[in-house]
Write a protein that binds this ligand. Sequence first.
Ligand code: KG4
Ligand code: ZN
Length: 338
Amino acid sequence: MKDIYVFAIETSCDETSASIIKNGNVDVATVTSTQIDIHKKFGGVVPEIASRNHSAVITMVFEECLKKANLTFNDMDAIAVTYGPGLNGALLVGVEAAKALSYATNRPLVPVNHMAGHIYANKFSGDFKFPLLALVVSGGHTELIYMEKEYSFKKIGGTLDDSVGEAYDKVARVIGIPYPGGPEMDKLAQVGKHSYNLPHAKNDKSYDFSFSGIKSAVINLVHNETQRKREINKEDLATSFQETVVDILVKKTERAIKEYEVKQLLLAGGVSANSGLRKAIKEVCNNLGVSLLMPELRYCTDNASMIGAAGYQAYLKGDRADFSLDPNPGLDLDKEGV
Ligand code: KG4
Ligand code: ZN
């Protein structure tokens, strides 16, 4: 069978990334230019600055990616691009670049949902076994997605307020860790002990989550201790926060695995890099005898490789966009296809 090459583009937040993916699971070349250092001084991503920086580097990122792969656009079968969810102006840079490329190269334009991308980052770890459940935990989302077959998505639960990544970043900020604080919190959590009592919200029968309560509890705790001129033990606070959050995620996921009788669990999204979550989920899957896929650490946070892996499936399915494609910042992942 002829090899299929997808040229993939990701610009939904603060990474400008291009990738060439062969047959949906071979990462031929990926180039990512991150803006994290630019946004750090603002304590979070500034949308207008993100768009401007995507525009400034996107052509270079494309050229470097082709050079790395030693291929040209003539070797590509499709152009896949993230068109949502994400920041409108940031998405627009990728979508417009993809349209121009598709027009110039006469290759089909394949629209990809960023969250489908996070799920499909697992194609670089192993084969999918259906039906499966994906726990998607990122800076913008916290969702449980049921997949009966390839590239079909049904949301069975999600957060009612903050995402896990958002809660991590905000809690990190109040204890003086710069954006994005999740990875550093994870490091601190590995050396502290669980000594602060934090609330478990939405401890109910639904598959929905809520993280604003635990976030506010930590913020209040830090403010109260500071007012009393008492030191916060950052490591212990990080451990208490991480263990509570992981417990909330793992309990609902375990119940969903049983109820939906899935064969496999996938972890996805930036927070899937979290050491505590990876360890706890592994234990649950081992105990239940369910297969588990987790993305390699380099595929956890935003990258175009995952968009190429999802884009390959979308291409096979026949998903196509024309030149009227616009970004969809609030795009949901709850239907067949994109
Ligand atoms: O998926 P992602 O790159 O961007 C979105 O699509 O939102 O996720 C970024 C999020 C940030 O909130 C970051 O702090 C968090 O993932 N993150 C982590 C870890 N690594 C990244 N959170 C907890 N532990 C980690 N090891
Ligand atoms: Zn993401």
